[in-house]
Write a protein that binds this ligand. Structure first.
Ligand code: NIG
Length: 404
């Protein structure tokens, strides 16, 4: 070891979420600069420059939140209250946030995004994706992308979030795939489309996805959120990295997702489409919970993400998502933690260190992976579901740096 090292000792239970999915008791982990240099039984641990005593607490990978919409101003309390009083969610509320976001200055918007990323970090999220989608014209989408690029780990272009008032859908799609895509391209790695009745049709969605892929972007889809539809099948056909929401699935959707992973042996070139479940959103919109159990049983890798946004899911708490997945969606604690760590990394194509070593794997704890980890104020991860709603984040390291 050549860099500065820190050893965390006294770990009661360490969940690796690596290929072996080990659960080590009485463990220690050594961080060297931004990487994990060693982990294993505390009795065998090497010496290090500094030492942190975990006091018997559980250690997990930091959460990987693969679906958020953090670039916004304003809130939608009134819409939430109306929904709780019985109104159904309609994506039209997006335009309320678009108006508030356009009114915010660069400084305000930048500081709102930074505060939200910091809040997520303090609650154990060490790798985070966010999206544009509340700008909805060329200048505002580019501004959102530029501002978010300063703080988010991964950034997605969601110009195709809603057809703005006063536009014809086909004209708007031409703008999204033309000048808007060119304007955001320097800042983003991914593109997404809201393929749903009331947003974009399957044909329009496909056009957006193909143009974005031709521009070199990875693909994601918002699909099957408010009713059955073509979103999942479109995502699989276009080889999207993930399809998110997945509340209303038919067996053929689950088969298509499972089929996208047939033959996958861990190599990056043959990844399929991850199903990303967003339980906080499902509860807040009173949609049926995504069938996470059925997806896992069919062999579909799933991710759990917060979908933090002002309309359908105003929380970045991944611990809440994990607790809900266990208490309401039939996942074991180990499955839910895996979906919120490794699953998110898989959905972002960050589960492996790149060949040139330039981007370290996140979402699992193994030698050489990025030192992104959290200690819970509890002896085991089971407490995330056993004590739902409690603040259990005790300490967080991101790329070897202490965040909390
Ligand atoms: O993921 N489904 C579309 N987009 C967001 C909601 C956006 C909003 O209502 O502001 C979502 O739930």
């Amino acid at each position: 070891m050549t860099g500065a090292t820190t050893i965390i000792t006294g770990i009661g239970e360490l969940m690796t979420q690596d290929a072996e999915q080990r659960v080590l008791k009485d463990a220690a982990i050594v961080l060297e600069d931004e990487r994990i240099a060693w982990l294993g039984p505390a009795a065998n641990a090497p010496a290090a420059d500094s030492r942190y005593d975990a006091g018997g607490r559980a250690c997990l990978p930091g959460w990987v939140d693969s679906h958020t919409h953090l670039v916004f101003a304003g809130d939608r309390t009134a819409e939430f209250e109306a929904r709780m009083a019985g109104q159904s969610y309609a994506a039209g509320g997006i335009s309320v946030t678009v108006d508030a976001t356009r009114r915010a200055s660069d400084e305000e918007l930048g500081s709102l995004v930074a505060q939200r990323v910091a809040e997520a970090g303090a609650n154990g999220t060490t790798y985070l994706e966010t999206k544009t989608g509340y700008g909805l014209n060329v200048e505002e989408e580019a501004r959102s992308a530029r501002i978010a690029a300063a703080t988010a780990d991964e950034l997605t272009f969601l110009g195709a979030h809603l057809v703005p008032q006063g536009w014809k859908a086909d004209d708007y799609v031409q703008t999204v795939t033309g000048p808007m895509l060119s304007a955001v391209r320097p800042y983003v790695q991914w593109a997404d489309v809201f393929c749903e009745t009331g947003a974009f049709t399957p044909d329009q969605s496909r056009e957006v996805l193909r143009a974005c892929r031709d521009a070199g972007l990875g693909l994601r889809v918002h699909g099957n959120q408010l009713g059955p539809g073509e979103g999942v099948r479109l995502a699989v056909e276009e080889a999207a990295a993930s399809v998110d929401h997945v509340n209303h699935l038919e067996l053929s959707d689950i088969d298509a997702l499972a089929g996208s992973w047939s033959g996958w042996e861990g190599d990056p070139d043959s990844r399929g489409t991850v199903a990303t479940c967003l339980p906080a959103c499902d509860l807040s919109t009173r949609q049926p919970l995504a069938p996470a159990r059925q997806l896992l049983d069919a062999g579909v890798p799933i991710a759990l993400a917060s979908n933090c946004n002002p309309g359908t899911s105003y929380t970045s708490s991944m611990a809440f998502c994990v607790a809900t997945a266990v208490l309401q969606m039939g996942l074991t604690v180990a499955e839910a933690v895996r979906a919120a760590t490794y699953g998110g990394a898989l959905a972002l194509h960050r589960e492996q260190t790149t060949d040139d070593g330039g981007r370290l794997a996140v979402g699992s704890l193994a030698v050489g992976h990025r030192a992104d980890l959290q200690l819970l104020d509890a002896p085991s991860a089971t407490h995330l579901a056993y004590r739902p709603g409690m603040q259990l984040t005790h300490a967080v390291w991101r790329a070897g740096q202490r965040l909390r």
